[in-house]
Ligand binder design. Structure first.
Ligand code: EPU
Length: 420
């Protein structure tokens, strides 16, 4: 197993490249199943999850080629169903359900389980597909879904925690080839869903209301191939913004569109962070000693993203005062807290809220990533800490951060990948 050995205490300085968004890439790859023609995706990040989705597509009989950030998927024939061995490794394989149903009218695939960040049900996905006319039953850990035809209808996709991102992707994909008009209310407004809509429109889908909570889809008879460039990864961007701030550094990043950032930049600016824009770049200057404590809650877009909750927690340990961070999307997503406390953080976990008292003098320690974003959080804490940390189980990080160690090293971090 591999680990990162990190010597903390270095300020990060320089330019960082931000890759394409993992969470835009995975549903886009699944959407390629909606047509027999090749779909060419560019700006695709080199991540384990992307390669795994490629393997799943190949296993279904598709052609998949991936090099230099370009993925080409040709689903001329689809043969078989997604296998448990793959689905258990990646929850996002649920994105195949809608496209496969629309294309094949029948699919059997394993139910994704819960994971370390929470329960993660798919009731809203199934509700939406049933409303489109699918028959679905669950047995022996499998979803059996079939539909003689898909019929447009109105679907409310909101749940206890707001909308569902991959649920919206599934219903959207299925509705593109349904008969008649589908109206999705409480659709996810995440930029990654907007990006999926752009791809589907390029493939010939008719979608109105893109970017808002009500999507209207007029079903068409068939979709064609298309080329599409994925949006930049706003979570990777946010992680490097935090890296600049937590290390008293200064990083120049490609400026992602402000409307992709939602609450993230606003909250940091209110706390005193400095963002300077010039042409297509943004420079983040960090002196954590003047940042003010924050009170924030994660929410569906444009609220503060749950995927930056753990990374943000690492920064809050360095800010003078008491910060309050409430998780409203995955109320159990706090696996990083115990590890941060082992490094010297002062955090009280009260239900879905962490109360962070700072600044804490973090000291390096061996710590363990339990999921992708907690792994990023621990790397950030290790960069801010005095001494050496070893972040273990970095396979979680490699799933969703493109060459994180190399990118950090280039801007001055002392970080090495080791096999243990
Ligand atoms: N939910 C339900 N029922 C459903 C679906 C979701 O109750 O049928 C609940 C979930 O349990 C959660 C909330 O609704 O409390 C939001 O879940 P959502 O379905 O939106 O999450 P997802 O689509 O499974 C995507 C990202 C996650 C990201 C969330 C929230 C992908 C591939 N994954 O997951 O990304 O945290 O949206 O923004 O797009 C990550 O990248 O680290 C990651 C976990």
């Amino acid at each position: 197993m591999q680990a990162f050995r990190i010597q903390g205490g270095k300020s990060l300085r320089g330019e960082v490249a931000i890759g394409g968004a993992k969470n835009a890439g995975l549903p886009a790859m699944a959407a390629a199943l909606l047509t027999q023609d090749p779909v060419v995706l560019s700006n695709v990040p080199d991540l384990d999850d992307i390669r795994l989705m490629g393997k799943i597509l190949q296993n279904l009989g598709c052609e998949f080629a991936f090099s230099g950030g370009t993925a080409t998927i040709a689903a001329k024939y689809i043969d078989g169903n997604p296998e448990y061995e793959f689905v258990r490794q990646m929850r996002a394989s649920i994105c195949l359900l809608g496209p496969m149903l629309a294309r094949m009218r029948r699919v059997t695939m394993p139910l994704p389980g819960g994971c370390v960040i929470g329960q993660r049900p798919i009731d809203l996905h199934l509700h939406g597909l049933r409303k489109l006319g699918c028959e679905i039953f669950l047995q022996n850990g499998l979803i059996h879904a079939s539909a003689a035809s898909l019929r447009g209808t109105s679907i409310f996709l909101g749940g206890r925690y707001g909308s569902t991102v991959t649920g919206t992707a599934n219903i959207l994909c299925a509705a593109t080839l349904a008969k008649g008009t589908t109206i999705i209310q409480s659709a996810s407004c995440e930029p990654e869903i907007v990006d999926l809509c752009r791809l589907l429109v390029a493939m010939g889908a008719k979608i109105d209301g893109i970017g808002g909570p009500t999507l209207t889809i007029d079903g068409v008879d068939g979709l064609r191939g298309a080329s599409h460039r994925l949006i930049a990864d706003r979570i990777e961007f946010g992680t490097f913004v935090i890296a600049a701030l937590v290390t008293h550094g200064s990083l120049s990043l490609p400026d992602i569109p402000w409307f992709h950032q939602g609450a993230f930049e606003d909250i940091l600016v209110r706390s005193g962070a400095i963002f300077e824009r010039s042409e297509d770049r943004i420079i983040v200057r960090g002196d954590r000693s003047y940042l003010r404590p924050m009170e924030l809650a994660t929410l569906p877009f444009p609220g503060f993203p749950t995927d930056l909750q753990a990374p943000m927690c690492a920064l809050l340990t360095q800010i003078n005062g008491i910060s309050v961070l409430t998780e409203r999307v995955y109320p159990q997503r706090f696996m990083h807290v115990g590890e941060l406390c082992r490094m010297g953080a002062d955090i009280i976990l009260e239900n879905a809220t962490s109360i962070v008292k700072g600044p804490s003098a973090l000291s390096g320690a061996p710590v363990m990533a339990s999921d992708l974003r907690s792994g990023a959080c621990l790397c950030l804490a290790a960069l801010a800490a005095k001494g050496e940390s070893i972040v273990q189980r970095i396979y979680h990080i490699d799933r969703g951060y493109e060459h994180l160690d190399e990118k950090l090293h280039r801007v001055g971090a002392v970080i090495e990948r080791e096999s243990m």
